[in-house]
Design a protein around this ligand. Structure first.
Ligand code: UD1
Ligand code: CA
Length: 534
């Protein structure tokens, strides 16, 4: 479940532009992503762990970007440079600049201290100070945009100073508990962290999800007043709720209908739970969009993948990274595509592994094909079993059906790559190119020692090692001519089993085969052609 790679492309369900509807004017966002996440027991910062192939922090950042009319700040700390890179890569537009401001929290003194670090981002804004802040934990990847919009709506209509998102859990351990007033309104008084809670508070099942809307004037003045007088010696963001309610400000709350959405990932178990939920959300989205899955639960689709209508996915297919699949494709069982672009009407049979590969319309691949980065398979081309390709462009309608390695090659249209063909692209020091023109026929077991060019329409006889450039339309044959010695094998067997009456004679004949037998005349072109076909 926990795979090491995360995609660069951020899943943006709707295209984002600055003037797009849905962004709320005056709303700024702060994402807290500085913690190490000790409970993960990982060398990697928690927010970099991928969920459905996308670093956890990108879920919160993507959500923030979709709703914020004002600035979006991300507070980084542990592995700050890596987190910054992941965010930049996912959010940078054509200009190369990211719409996200990154601020560093050098020491992780708590969530309240983290948010305080973002203050300078909002002081320089040309549009004046934000009217409210949406604050998100970087470790809640299941949170949905509709929920956040509901939280913002309630905050607005209630005229609240702080609005918190809560959830009712069977097992609330580890989370901050929501302490409500005992009056009829049951207003939120404060949040008490698990480690600071007394027995009565421990029994509360309503938890703080870690998603807040805070009034623009209140936030930073409240954060300045925090003290680290708690079990962890940290500045808790959650203490601003007690501050607000104590000052008679309104604190509102929205409780999640589906508590799954509030899952905070602190441990590997929770990471696995989040993965399960996100995977199902993604599958359901593509099922609804017109993709067939024969056994949905076994199909893995990363967050940034897109799939065209009427494409059929068989059991155990994995679509990773920024893979894009067109319409009317078939992907058979146990095939993995990572960062691939697949056209329409492509058939990929079982047990294929493709990485960073482009496949054009109507191509046919597999079973057991391995395509490595930089491969282009043009329209209606065919690549069959036990063919490995790397940095190779296979032309329209060309075929490499069996047992080949094609690396650093440019192959034209309508080319037949015979079974067992190898491009010898590496001399132990450097890699070299092989160029094969349109309509070339390579017989089985051809070796192409690069750099080498085969002109259009040439025929290479089976078993040939091509070491020099081949002119267009030529026949090339480069192999030891064949000798046939009638009866030789039978005589040798007889010699070995001792049943012959003429051992000396056989021995002499054996010698003559090796040393004195004249070579027959060179094979004729007709024979060669016959033997290289198919
Ligand atoms: C926090 C809440 C808790 C809530 C829970 C929900 C506080 C004090 N507690 O607890 O009430 O139930 O989330 O999941 O806020 N971070 C920083 N800098 C820091 C500390 C944390 O940026 O100094 C970031 C982390 O990277 C993480 C987020 O803040 O993304 C939450 O921190 P975490 O340590 O996971 O808080 P919880 O103990 O889960
Ligand atoms: Ca947490």
């Amino acid at each position: 479940m926990n795979r090491s790679r995360a995609t660069d492309a951020l899943t943006v369900k709707k295209p984002v532009s600055s003037d797009q509807q849905g962004k709320i004017a005056g709303l700024a966002v702060v994402v807290m992503a500085a913690g190490l996440g000790k409970r993960m027991r990982s060398k990697q910062a928690k927010v970099l762990h991928p969920v459905a192939g996308q670093a956890m922090v990108l879920y919160s950042v993507g959500l923030g970007l979709r709703v914020a009319g004002g600035a979006v700040a991300v507070v980084v700390g542990h592995q700050a440079d890596l987190v910054r890179q992941v965010i930049d890569r996912a959010t940078s537009g054509k200009s190369g600049s990211s719409p996200v401001a990154i601020v560093e929290q050098r020491e992780q003194l708590g969530t309240g201290h983290a948010v305080l670090q973002s203050r300078p981002v909002f002081e320089v804004g040309a549009n004046g100070a934000p009217s409210s802040y949406l604050i998100l934990n970087g470790d809640t990847p299941l949170l949905q945009e509709t929920t956040v919009r509901e939280l913002l709506r309630v905050h607005e209509t209630a005229g609240a100073t702080v609005t918190v998102l809560t959830a009712m859990l069977e097992d609330a351990s580890g989370y901050g508990r929501v302490v409500r007033a005992k009056t009829a309104e049951r207003g939120v008084l404060r949040i008490v962290e698990d480690r600071d809670a007394d027995a009565e508070e421990q029994a509360i099942r309503e938890i703080n999800v870690g998603t807040y809307v805070v009034d623009g004037k209140f936030l930073f003045s409240a954060l300045e007043k925090l003290t680290p007088s708690n079990a962890q010696g940290e500045y808790y963001l959650t203490d601003i709720i007690h501050l607000a309610s104590g000052q008679g400000h309104r604190v509102a709350a929205v409780t999640l209908g589906n508590p799954d959405e509030g899952l905070g990932v602190n441990t590997r178990r929770q990471l696995a739970e989040a993965e399960l939920v996100v995977r199902k959300q993604i599958r359901d989205r593509w099922l609804d969009a017109g993709v067939t899955m024969v056994d949905p639960a076994s199909v893995w689709i990363d967050a940034a993948v897109t799939i065209g209508r009427d494409t059929v996915l068989y059991p155990n297919v994995m679509l990773e990274g920024a893979t894009v699949i067109g319409e009317d494709c078939v992907v058979r069982s146990s095939t993995r595509l990572t960062d691939c672009v697949v056209g329409n009407g492509v058939e990929i049979l079982d047990h294929c592994v493709f990485t960073d590969t482009r496949i054009e319309d109507g191509a046919h691949l597999g079973p057991f094909t391995h395509l490595r980065p930089g491969v282009v398979v043009r329209k209606k081309a065919k690549v069959g079993n036990f063919v490995e390709m790397k940095k190779t462009d296979l032309g329209e309608g060309s075929k490499a059906n069996h047992l080949s390695y094609l690396g650093d090659a440019k192959i034209g249209k309508g080319v037949n790559i015979g079974a067992g063909t190898i491009t010898c692209n590496y001399d132990g020091m450097q890699k070299f190119q092989t160029v094969i023109g349109d309509g070339v026929f390579l017989g089985s077991d051809t070796q192409l020692v690069a750099p080498v060019t085969v002109g259009a329409g040439a025929i290479i006889a089976a078993g040939t090692t091509v070491t020099e450039n081949v002119p267009a339309d030529a026949l090339v044959i480069g192999r030891v001519p064949q000798l046939n010695r009638a009866g030789w094998a039978a005589r040798r067997r007889a010699l070995q089993t001792g049943t012959t009456r003429e051992p000396v004679n056989v021995k002499r004949k054996t010698k003559s085969v090796r040393l004195t037998k004249k070579r027959p005349k060179a094979s004729t072109g007709r024979q060669v052609k016959k033997r290289t076909r198919g």
